[in-house]
Design a protein around this ligand. Structure first.
Ligand code: PHE
Length: 450
């Protein structure tokens, strides 16, 4: 990305941009977080709420963030400020960029901890820890990892260091090009596991669990969780897509690109669900096991399938890779901001930002062991960071972003920029002006009252 201060770089092609956007969107959110949130929220109610949120809120917010980013061509704060000023509106809109950067910053701290888990599992599977093991042993291995602050710290550090290195050297685009090969491979492995499940049972039950509508479980809390996850998984509501949009050429069709990203992201999440839940049901595991869900279920399958060790190693390697293309996007806005707004060079900006995030990550991982008694409003540090970002910062930043986009910016030029005919434009306006913001507000109010 921007390696020198005078010139704000651009993506070489719209394909490069799609790769980067998919790289950011597809990550631990799809494979680690989505399944366990489904499990905690009782299955299909969450899935259905999530699909609605993705289509009616996520998609328009994504387009809005790219468009604003492309207009502003700077880091998210300056972008929001500049675009607001050029539309004759208050400079205070820059705050939206700031809360966004804060969100990404906080997310990366615990994201890196989970990236570390995935790294650790590569070595565990590689050394045959799970071959022929039953669910109790696999669960015990996971618990032992959580209990060891030292192990968690080492792997969190490795993950954070790799992220910082990539961002610091400024080779994020090289990584994204590699992702072009690795992402499809990840998809393929997911389907191999799904295939294994079809043969080994539990599949029908999982399909039912994920898709048979059971609206009795659709509470305000589930809706807020689904909304928050829609933001998390698409990397919106935190300035990242604004920052990415700032590198975007004018010829790129935002709506089509957003459609591609949203569909790919959703397909991978659903495939992860179909890869994991049959194993859960087959082995009598608890779907509501929480953040450890994939780590206590998949290794059972890898331990018993043909070539399981290879497939298992590959799987966790690819997850790590997907996590890295997301984590570099989480670090990038903060670094971009420091680089453009302070005298610090890119290298120093990267070191400063990642050290602070790394420290916060240590606090997060200690909440699984040494600091497990310390809570913030009933949550451990890890859960608190997750909830504050997904349930508040992201949706509220997204809400402000879409309100700015649909109510404060000149709509005529937006119609041209999106290239919409009059009919399609009216639908778009209803969604962007009313459906998306009202949905966010309603979900908030219901949850707060509930
Ligand atoms: N979207 C990424 C994922 O689903 C996580 C992420 C969140 C990345 C926010 C960037 C910003 O894993």
């Amino acid at each position: 990305m921007a390696n020198n201060k005078q010139e704000h770089a651009q993506w070489s092609s719209s394909f490069g941009f799609v790769l980067a956007a998919v790289g950011s969107a597809v990550g631990l959110g799809n494979i680690w977080k989505f399944p366990y949130m489904v499990g905690e929220s009782g299955g299909s109610a969450f899935v259905i709420a999530y699909l609605f949120c993705i289509a009616l809120v996520g998609f328009p917010v994504l387009v809005a963030e790219w468009l604003i980013g492309r207009r502003g061509q700077k880091n998210p704060i300056n972008t929001f400020t500049d675009v607001a000023v050029s539309e004759g509106k208050s400079r205070s809109w820059g705050i939206v960029g700031a809360t966004g950067i804060l969100g990404g910053f906080l997310i990366l701290s615990f994201y890196s901890v989970i990236g570390g888990w995935a790294l650790n599992y590569i070595t565990k599977i590689g050394t045959g820890s799970f071959v022929g093991q039953d669910s109790d042993t696999v669960g015990a291995t996971f618990d032992a990892m959580l209990a060891s602050a030292g192990t968690l710290t080492i792997w969190h550090t490795v993950f954070m260091a790799i992220t910082a290195l990539i961002v610091g050297i400024g080779v994020t685009r090289g990584i994204e090009t590699t992702a072009k090969v690795l992402m499809p491979l990840l998809g393929l492995i997911l389907f191999v596991i799904v295939g294994y499940n079809v043969v080994n049972g539990g599949f029908g039950e999982a399909v039912n669990y994920l898709f048979a509508p059971d609206m009795s479980k659709l509470t305000g809390d589930v809706m807020l969780a689904a909304l928050g996850h829609a933001f998390f998984t698409l990397s919106i509501g935190m300035g990242i897509m604004v920052a990415y949009g700032s590198y975007l050429g004018r010829e790129v069709n935002l709506l089509k690109t957003a459609r591609t990203v949203v569909i790919l992201d959703t397909v991978i999440a659903l495939a992860a669900g179909l890869a994991i839940f049959p194993i859960i049901f087959n082995n009598g595991l608890d779907p509501a096991a929480g953040p450890g869900l994939i780590f206590v279920s998949l290794p059972i399958a890898f331990g018993s399938m043909t070539a399981g060790t290879i497939i298992g190693i590959l799987f966790f390697l690819l997850i790590t890779f997907a996590a890295l293309t997301s984590s570099i996007s989480l670090l990038e806005p903060t670094v971009e901001f420091l680089e453009e707004r302070t005298p610090m060079s890119r290298t120093v900006s990267t070191i400063v930002a990642s050290t602070v995030i790394w420290l916060l990550g240590i606090a997060a991982l200690l909440s699984f062991n040494l600091w497990s008694d310390f809570t913030i409003m009933g949550n451990g540090i890890f859960d608190a960071l997750d909830k504050i970002t997904s349930k508040f910062l992201l949706p509220l930043t997204g809400l402000a972003g879409i309100i700015f986009f649909a109510w404060k910016m000149d709509q005529r030029t937006i119609q041209q920029e999106l290239g919409l005919s009059n009919g399609a434009w009216q639908i778009w306006q209803v969604v962007a002006k009313f459906v998306a913001p009202i949905a966010i507000i309603v979900v908030f109010v219901t949850t707060l009252l509930g």
